[in-house]
Unconditional design. Structure first.
Length: 141
């Protein structure tokens, strides 16, 4: 397993964490675990409740929504991030396209980081608001 500091570069590339300082990213890295999954392994299943997010460190994953391929994604991609914030159903199915190393961040540990660093919640809210605005522009002009 890699050193937690080695994960910082991956976390910096995650759009959800774009406003985070190095210190905040270090706390997120410490709250996560590295896992390995083989090609063909189901990571998240659309419609199922999730309580964790996964950040691709190496390999690639394929994302499908309602059975249609959305795309293939590699290192720096985060999947399941909404589950860090709520207990809602997964919005897509994600499968390892190749053997993958992933950073697993579960909701309980992530909430612990937010409780420890309340300013992080403000940054996440700003990032999510930006995403909502982008989706609004895409759908309504």
């Amino acid at each position: 397993m890699a050193n937690k500091k080695a994960y910082l570069e991956h976390l910096r590339n995650v759009s959800l964490f774009q406003g985070c300082s190095t210190k905040e990213l270090e706390k997120i890295a410490k709250a996560s675990d590295e896992i390995t999954m083989s090609a063909g392994t189901l990571i998240v299943d659309q419609g199922q409740t999730g309580r964790e997010a996964f950040i691709v460190l190496s390999g690639s994953v394929v994302v499908r929504r309602n059975g249609k391929k959305v795309g293939s994604f590699g290192p720096g991609t985060v999947v399941g991030e909404l589950s860090l914030l709520d207990h809602g159903p997964r919005t897509a199915t994600v499968v390892c396209e190749t053997d993958c190393e992933l950073l697993l961040l579960d909701q309980r540990h992530f909430i612990g980081v937010i409780d420890d660093v309340p300013a992080l919640a403000h940054k996440l809210l700003a990032t999510l608001a930006g995403r909502i605005r982008d989706l609004d522009r895409q759908n309504f002009g």
